[in-house]
Design a protein around this ligand. Structure first.
Ligand SMILES: *[C@@H]1O[C@H](CO)[C@@H](O)[C@H](O)[C@H]1NC(C)=O
Ligand SMILES: *[C@@H]1O[C@H](CO)[C@@H](O)[C@H](O)[C@H]1NC(C)=O
Ligand SMILES: *[C@@H]1O[C@H](CO)[C@@H](O)[C@H](O)[C@H]1NC(C)=O
Ligand SMILES: *[C@@H]1O[C@H](CO)[C@@H](O)[C@H](O)[C@H]1NC(C)=O
Ligand SMILES: *[C@@H]1O[C@H](CO)[C@@H](O)[C@H](O)[C@H]1NC(C)=O
Ligand SMILES: *[C@@H]1O[C@H](CO)[C@@H](O)[C@H](O)[C@H]1NC(C)=O
Ligand SMILES: *[C@@H]1O[C@H](CO)[C@@H](O)[C@H](O)[C@H]1NC(C)=O
Ligand SMILES: *[C@@H]1O[C@H](CO)[C@@H](O)[C@H](O)[C@H]1NC(C)=O
Length: 389
């Protein structure tokens, strides 16, 4: 109850304190925020980032995330790729669409083969969130999720605040379940193509460079990309090795086990990397870069793992934004054209008590869920001053 009271106060204050120059949404429904070196646009639908502009090594501004020009298309898009949105209240997969909490078994509708993906009907990435605060460099979206709306017990209240600082995008999410214990696990489901599909030689993601120096373990997955329960060490130069050195995302594409690596008939990545126990919130856990235009993106987070998805299931029919692509070239996003990078706790941890994640995934009265991350943008080879989160 304490948190709902503070939410109410927060929104009242935000309205009262709304700065004179606070942005209002443009005619296309987008809020535009800015800070030196970075500009980002957001819509309340699914608390979505629609555009993210940073400069490349030639000083050309690139829109480095996936999305649509037409903000009204997001709610009706049958593909619903959860573009840069916040799926909830329990992101990624729930094995068998089922979990047991405090001796009660809950059944959540299955929408991904035998499993549930991104929670039950009326899940968060299909909702229009409220804007509770906005300034020229920050916006807060909130959601009130009624009890049982996703098949899970208790109502949940949550906020996501996106803010921009020099060359940096920060994200903070909070959530609470004031009435009863319930699963909560969130992420920002960001899809990148640092080239903005403007590299005339390739529009796939395979030539992007990935470095994950704190990822020595991964959750083994089954044919439906559901964790089996096994946590495996990643050996040097194996298909999941991004810890021993920066590797191109396609570096292991010639290996036999690259085939079906993201589930049955799926080539590439769709699994979770567990971060080393000794990582801190200040460590860069993902560094994604493009040799072609020099853009580098560094992720820091308080989360315990990183899901990578290399867009195998893109069917090649989704349109690019007008800010992306090669002049005169294809305006459709190719298969393998992006990488989703999603910081989160262990996928399906509610069904794996042996992992010891229940106290990070089940929240009840008096407890607060806090998710934090930041993306810092720069150029390959240029050192940047360190900022704390
Ligand atoms: C944007 O998408 C909506 C929903 O599909 C559609 O009704 C509208 O015509 C589209 N607008 C443009 C300019 O394409
Ligand atoms: C669950 O059931 C066990 C065994 O009957 C019981 O000991 C325990 O107190 C129950 N837990 C809750 C939260 O109801
Ligand atoms: C999420 O909600 C939407 C709209 O209600 C629905 O189409 C989609 O299937 C839901 N997802 C799940 C896992 O049920
Ligand atoms: C937005 O706020 C209104 C008014 O308080 C509320 O009825 C509605 O449920 C909120 N929407 C969400 C998604 O929380
Ligand atoms: C939750 O919602 C489902 C689907 O509407 C319904 O069948 C079920 O009875 C509800 N459960 C509770 C505890 O309200
Ligand atoms: C992508 O990387 C591969 C392997 O290093 C290389 O052979 C190829 O030329 C690169 N392609 C582009 C377009 O950079
Ligand atoms: C994984 O590596 C750790 C040391 O980093 C070791 O203690 C553990 O036994 C290894 N597990 C397996 C299954 O090889
Ligand atoms: C952190 O843990 C990993 C995996 O166990 C290990 O390889 C690495 O050396 C450790 N780093 C430090 C600074 O202790």
């Amino acid at each position: 109850m304490k948190y709902s009271a503070s939410l109410f106060v927060a929104s009242a204050v935000a309205v009262a304190a709304r700065p004179k120059d606070a942005p209002t949404p443009g005619p296309d429904g987008r809020y535009t925020l800015e800070a030196p070196g970075i500009r980002a646009q957001f819509i309340p639908y699914a608390a979505t980032l629609t555009n993210l502009f940073v400069k490349d090594k030639s000083g050309v501004e690139r829109d480095i995330v996936l999305g649509y020009d037409n903000a009204s298309y997001y709610p009706v898009d049958p593909g619903h790729p959860v573009y840069n949105a916040v799926p909830g209240r329990y992101t990624n997969r729930i094995g068998g669409g089922q979990f047991t909490l405090d001796n009660v078994t809950y059944n959540i509708p299955k929408n991904d083969g035998p499993n549930t993906l991104h929670s039950g009907p009326n899940n968060w990435s299909f909702r229009e969130w409220n804007v509770t605060a906005v300034s020229k460099d920050s916006i807060t979206f909130s959601i009130y999720d009624p009890a049982n709306s996703t098949g899970m017990p208790g109502h949940v209240e949550s906020t996501v605040t996106y803010s921009l600082e020099k060359n940096r995008w920060k994200i903070r999410m909070e959530a609470s379940s004031p009435d009863v214990r319930t699963p909560i696990m969130l992420t920002q489901h960001t899809y990148f193509n640092l080239d903005a599909f403007a590299n005339p030689d390739t529009q796939t993601i395979w030539n992007h460079t990935m470095y994950m120096p704190k990822s020595h373990r991964t959750l083994a997955i089954d044919a439906n990309a559901l964790p089996t329960g096994k946590i495996v060490n990643i050996t040097k130069n194996s298909v999941d090795d991004f810890w021993s050195a920066p590797h191109q995302l396609g570096y292991a594409s010639g290996n036999a086990d690259f085939q079906n690596h993201c589930g049955n008939t799926c080539n590439g990545y769709n699994g979770e990397y567990i971060l080393d126990d000794n990582k801190t919130d200040r460590d860069v856990v993902v560094s994604l870069s493009s040799e072609w235009n020099g853009i580098k993106a560094d992720l820091r987070t308080n989360q315990a793992g990183i899901v990578l998805y290399s867009c195998y299931w893109n069917d090649g029919t989704a349109p690019m934004k007008s800010t992306q692509g090669v002049k005169g070239g294809s305006k459709l996003i190719p298969k393998d054209g992006c990488i989703a990078i999603e910081a989160m706790d262990y996928v399906d941890g509610i069904n794996h008590p042996e992992w010891g994640r229940l106290n990070k995934q089940i929240f009840g009265p008096g407890q607060k869920y806090v998710w934090e991350a930041s993306w810092q943008f720069g150029l390959i080879g240029k050192s940047r001053p360190h900022h704390s989160q």
